[in-house]
Design a protein. Structure first.
Length: 184
C-alpha cells in the first residue's frame, strides 16, 4: 500500500472517530432533556419555528385571550412574536441542554395542577405547537401537552438567572421584581 493511500485511510478513520465522538457527546448532553420534551416538542424547540411569548394572569371570566392550563384559566397578556429575537438560537439550545435542569428536584403540587404559572413560550410550526410554561422567578419550567391535557414540570434553577436576564433584555417578560427594581 502506498503512503498516500495510508494517509487517506488515516484521515478517513480520524474523521469517522471525530463524528462518533461528536454524536456521543451530543447524546450525553441532551439525552435526558430530549426524553423529557419528547421528539415532537424537541424538534419544534430545536428547529426554526415561530415563537410567541406572553404573560399569564389569573382569569375569572372567559374571553378570546383566556388560556387554560389543565383546569386553571389564565388571561394572556402582552403577546409578543419572539421568532426573530436576538439570542433565540441560544435559548433553544439552553432549553435542550441537560445541565440546565435539576432532574431530581420535585416540582410543587400546585404547579403540577396548572396553578402558579406566570409566563408562556409557544413554539409552532407544521401544524404543531410546543408550549413551555415558567413560574414567576423562572426556576420551574413546564411542558404542557394540551392534546392529552398533560403537564410535566422540571426544576430549571441552573438557568433561572440567565432566563430572567435574557427575557428582560429582549423585553419579552418583565418580572415584577425587575420592574420594581427599575422603579427604585
Amino acid at each position: 500500500m502506498q503512503s498516500g493511500s495510508k494517509l487517506v485511510l488515516g484521515i478517513f478513520g480520524l474523521a469517522l472517530l471525530a463524528g462518533v465522538l461528536s454524536w456521543w457527546y451530543r447524546y450525553e448532553t441532551a439525552h435526558r432533556s430530549t426524553t423529557f420534551w419528547g421528539p415532537n416538542f424537541a424538534e419544534l424547540i430545536a428547529r426554526p419555528s415561530d415563537v410567541t411569548g406572553f404573560e399569564l394572569s389569573d382569569s375569572t371570566e372567559e374571553s378570546e385571550e383566556t388560556y387554560s392550563v389543565l383546569s386553571k384559566d389564565y388571561e394572556r397578556l402582552d403577546i409578543k412574536d419572539l421568532t426573530k429575537a436576538p439570542g433565540m438560537v441560544h435559548l433553544r439550545n439552553s432549553i435542550l441542554s441537560d445541565r440546565n435542569y435539576r432532574w431530581e428536584e420535585p416540582v410543587s403540587e400546585s404547579l403540577q395542577k396548572g396553578e402558579g404559572w406566570r409566563y408562556c413560550l409557544q413554539f409552532a410550526g407544521d401544524g404543531r405547537t410546543a408550549t413551555l410554561l415558567f413560574n414567576e422567578d423562572f426556576s420551574m419550567l413546564g411542558r404542557l401537552n394540551q392534546r392529552s391535557d398533560n403537564l410535566r414540570g422540571v426544576d430549571c434553577q441552573p438557568m433561572a438567572e440567565t432566563l430572567r436576564e435574557y427575557f428582560a433584555s429582549i423585553k419579552a417578560f418583565q418580572p415584577e421584581s425587575n420592574a420594581s427594581k427599575a422603579a427604585d
